[in-house]
Design a protein around this ligand. Structure first.
Ligand code: 5RP
Length: 255
């Protein structure tokens, strides 16, 4: 790896080897997702508590002040809406020059292993890694899971390993039973998605379990911005990720 790429990655995964990434990219296929209807309003109070921000270029340009000092993880795949029957038909939606202009710290792209367009999304990843490596921009592979697929150790292990083999610099996936096996067989760092909104304590437990089993952090969206108190929730997540607090201790911060 080169210095620029390492430097960008180090801005995301902090000195303690952990990270709290705030995911607000949902609109790229879901439109005005609950809690993100006015993205800027949701994002602004959370910025001081996030290690990085994952979003699309549209929301970045319109809803984040250019003097904001936070590493940006730019979503660069898409091409579908929630109305499409087949969500796996994604292409790369942002060129590398645009990513450089936007001064991003990483680019994120979904892969759909086992999906109808598996091949296309894996080639998208490989091409993005080539482009990213030319300019020192790391790539986050997001292992998207089709509705009919089980989020189990075998499947997620397969997705994460393929992502790493194709050159992803870090991977976002879902938590599962025996998560340590997924981590063990993936040679690059893993962060977990929060998934659908669940009670705060359960989301903290999810983050706690993932960290205990080897994740470097979370890339969490709905369980933060759909919480009754998003700022308290992200602080509680930070306590688990960066301060090794127990679920009980972190949950106190939400009350
Ligand atoms: C979809 C995504 C999301 O848009 C988002 O980042 C997921 O975050 P969360 O599940 O925590 O709301 O990556 O594949």
């Amino acid at each position: 790896m080169d210095w620029g790429l390492e430097n960008r990655l180090a801005r995301i995964i902090r000195k303690d080897g952990r990270t709290v990434m705030l995911a607000v990219d949902h609109g790229y296929f879901l439109g005005p997702t609950s809690g993100l209807e006015v993205a800027g309003k949701t994002i602004e109070p959370l910025l001081p508590h996030a290690d990085s921000l994952m979003l699309t270029r549209g929301v970045l340009r319109t809803s984040v002040a250019p003097d904001t000092d936070i590493p940006i993880i730019l979503r660069v795949s898409g091409g579908n809406s929630i109305l499409d029957k087949e969500l796996s038909n994604e292409e790369i939606t942002v060129g590398i020059e645009e990513a450089i202009r936007l001064n991003v710290s990483a680019m994120a792209l979904s892969i759909y292993v086992g999906g109808e367009y598996e091949h296309q999304t894996l080639i998208n990843l490989s091409k993005l890694v080539d482009e990213g490596e030319k300019y020192g921009i790391p790539v986050l592979a997001v292992t998207a899971v089709g509705k009919e697929m089980a989020r189990d150790t075998k499947y997620l292990g397969l997705c994460c390993r393929i992502a790493a083999e194709l050159g992803a610099h870090f991977v976002k996936t879902y938590y599962c039973e025996e998560f340590e096996k997924v981590v063990e067989s993936c040679p690059v760092p893993i962060v977990i998605a929060g998934g659908k909104k669940i009670p705060e304590k359960d989301a903290l437990q999810l983050a706690y379990n993932a960290i205990q089993r080897g994740a470097v952090g979370v890339d969490m969206g709905r369980n933060i911005f759909q919480s009754k108190n998003p700022v308290a929730m992200i602080q509680a997540v930070r306590a688990v990720v960066h301060k090794n607090k127990s679920v009980e201790e972190a949950y106190e911060l939400c009350l």
